[in-house]
Design a protein around this ligand. Sequence first.
Ligand code: ATP
Length: 362
Amino acid sequence: MSIEIRNVSKHFGDFQALGDVSLDIESGELVALLGPSGCGKTTLLRIIAGLETPDRGSILFSGEDTTDVHVRERQVGFVFQHYALFRHMTVFENVAFGLRVKPRASRPSEAQIREKVHSLLSLVQLDWLADRFPSQLSGGQRQRIALARALAVEPKVLLLDEPFGALDAKVRKELRRWLRRLHDDLHVTSIFVTHDQEEALEVADRVVLMNQGKVEQIGSPQQVWDHPASPFVYGFLGDVNLFHGRAHEGEVHLEGLRIDSPEHADAQDAKAFAYVRPHDLEVQRYSPGAEGIVAHLERAIVIGPIARLELVPAEGYEQKGNASGDSIIEAQMPSQQFKEMGLREGDMLVVTPRKARVFVEG
Ligand code: ATP
């Protein structure tokens, strides 16, 4: 089932939670709604589900206006962060619930329910837990049962709100892979909400980046990573350093260095922002006259193959820092290189971007 979201707006009192959001989701796609806390992801998901009504705009399922269709008639399955399994029911009964409460005419027989529940439990690889109660399961197991329960009624659309949010990092990773495989088997049109960029990029066919109630960019993980449409997208998708400077006729001048930026050939002394990922910063020992940003090594964190460096720019270097607004520059290099260079905290260094993404104002 395809989903079209057309010009949807939503206010809570004076606060605009969604402003004119439009989005097309193809049948069988797995889409992530990604953005910072409060940007409107859950509100959009709830509107698609029919749990919330938009002020303006419409939702179409397979081309049909569904805006006023009741949640129960929309054929959507949900899984929320706090997997609300029924505590007094076994795993089997939890998964069977949606089938048992169907109207008499469409309710399957007891034998059909047994078969269906066992096949769903096999699908989520937890058939052996059928007789347990939710309190006897791990968080990850509960989440998979919640998904099996949502799938029992054969929804046309599956909506997942931070489905793995409450779990520890390792279990989250396992469940991500598992969700992707499950989706590849079932092809149910699915939308999941996350504020974790790694989760969105790893699992989804397409990522919808949201900020302050608006869609900033829609694209495949590769597209949004390689061609971020705005500074917000670039900053949100990974660690990044932000350098302020000025762009003039294809060159960007930052304090202490100059970067070629051919796509800004028309710029005439315009305000410019250069975004540089930590692994795109070249780090060398300081030598007088070297072009680059002079900084001292404040802290080095060496874990496994990667050394992460925190650098403090030298006095007088006014416009520098990372996207979160403090003045630390973050760099990354292989641990081996860090050892070979014999770097110590307090050493003076010079950094130059190997690759930068430049945005020019105006
Ligand atoms: P998070 O990742 O923190 O869950 P989100 O992107 O899902 O955030 P929403 O839950 O959609 O954000 O909320 C968007 C904004 O709307 C927030 O500022 C929130 O406080 C506000 N909001 C959401 N629901 C209501 C409500 N029922 N009444 C008033 N304000 C609301």
